[in-house]
Design a protein. Structure first.
Length: 369
């Protein structure tokens, strides 16, 4: 079989390839310009596009509630733990009881001290009544002596008048003068006795004030003893569900030892950490849609309750300080509190800490203030 000869193609002339290359470079330049324009728009207008979005959504959101940790306020041995882990309780239900023997004894001692102080006050009242009687008797004695003084003075004047006639004698004048002087001295003595009795009543008044102050202190000590006795019973402050028990019967606890927590499941809200660029048009009262990861497909209605006064980083233990060194801009997140409607389909089933996806509808009008 005869071999076929291959005839090589002649190269295209340079004048034919030059326009093709020009078109190719022009197309590349257009693509580069378009890409640069898009990149510039993204760099300069991205925050505006994000902030102008009607639906602002974040999955950096979690359920929160008023978790109330309960601690012992007095020390002692735990007498009983009246609830189990994660049990529902009502306000006033007994949770933990501390042995109250010592505290009952302290109450009894304080009551006895108060009774003693009150008895001392009653005794002093009786002494004051007696003292007032003595003062009254001293006043009567002074009044009677004053009458005798006036009488003897007049008698002495009559005897001197009679001495100028033949009917009077020197002896009667001297006797009248002596009586007048004796009753005058007696009056001074009776007045001094009245002053002494009056001062003694003032002393008793001062003693009564001291006894009443002592009784008030003992009443305060009794109140404190009763308060400490009441602290031996740790009760639920509100309706909810308790956490895992932190103590057991027979355990010795000190004041401040946390024993259990109570979570009110009826009061649950959402803390959604939005990027700062998402809050351009977010306002209080705007509607929100909440989706809980635990319950897919269920949407809960809510509204914007409040916006944090600072970013989350400002409340951290070591807030960032970008005034020195190299700087890399990081978008901050601002906590937003979302309230849930009371009649939501998951009422009573939501638990603090659950992950949620929160969406704020910025085109909704907040209710009037």
């Amino acid at each position: 079989m005869a071999e076929q000869s291959v005839v090589p193609k002649a190269p295209a002339p340079a004048s034919a390839t030059r326009p093709h290359r020009v078109r190719e470079w022009g197309l590349r330049l257009v693509v580069l310009l378009a890409a640069g324009t898009v990149a510039a728009l993204f760099a300069t207008q991205w925050d505006r596009w994000v902030g102008d979005a009607v639906r602002q959504t974040t999955d950096d959101a979690y359920l929160r509630s008023d978790i109330t940790p309960l601690s012992a306020q007095v020390e002692g041995y735990v007498k009983q733990v009246a609830v189990d882990d994660f049990q529902r309780v009502k306000a006033g239900d007994l949770l933990v009881e501390i042995d109250d023997s010592d505290y009952r004894a302290k109450v009894a001692l304080a009551e006895a001290n108060l009774l003693g102080a009150e008895a001392a006050i009653e005794n002093l009242k009786a002494r004051k009544a007696t003292q007032k009687t003595q003062i009254a008797a001293a006043e009567d004695a002074v009044t009677a002596t004053q009458a005798d003084v006036e009488r003897t003075k007049l008698e002495a004047q009559r005897q001197r008048t009679l001495l100028a006639t033949t009917f009077g004698t020197q002896q009667r004048v001297e006797q009248a003068d002596a009586d007048a002087q004796r009753f005058a001295a007696t009056l001074l003595s009776r007045q001094a006795d009245l002053d002494q009795q009056t001062r003694q009543l003032a002393v008793l008044d001062t003693q009564e004030s001291q006894l009443r102050a002592d009784a008030k202190a003992k009443q305060a000590a009794l109140d404190l003893a009763r308060i400490d006795l009441g602290y031996t019973r740790i009760v639920a402050p509100l309706d909810g569900m308790v956490s895992e028990r932190g103590v057991r019967a027979g355990q010795y606890v000190h004041a401040g030892t946390q024993v259990i927590s109570v979570v009110p499941l009826t009061n649950v809200w959402v803390i959604a950490n939005y990027k700062e660029t998402q809050l351009t048009h977010v306002a209080l009262g705007q509607r929100a849609k909440i989706r809980v990861d635990t319950f897919p497909g269920v949407v809960i209605d809510g509204w914007v309750d409040s916006i944090a006064p600072a970013s989350g980083s400002q409340f951290s233990l070591l807030p960032p300080d970008n005034a020195t060194g190299n700087f890399t801009k990081v978008v901050q997140r601002i906590p937003v509190k979302l309230r849930l409607k009371d009649d939501n389909p998951l009422a009573g089933r939501l638990r603090p800490g659950m992950s949620v996806e929160a969406t704020i509808l910025t085109d909704t009008t907040p209710p009037p203030p």
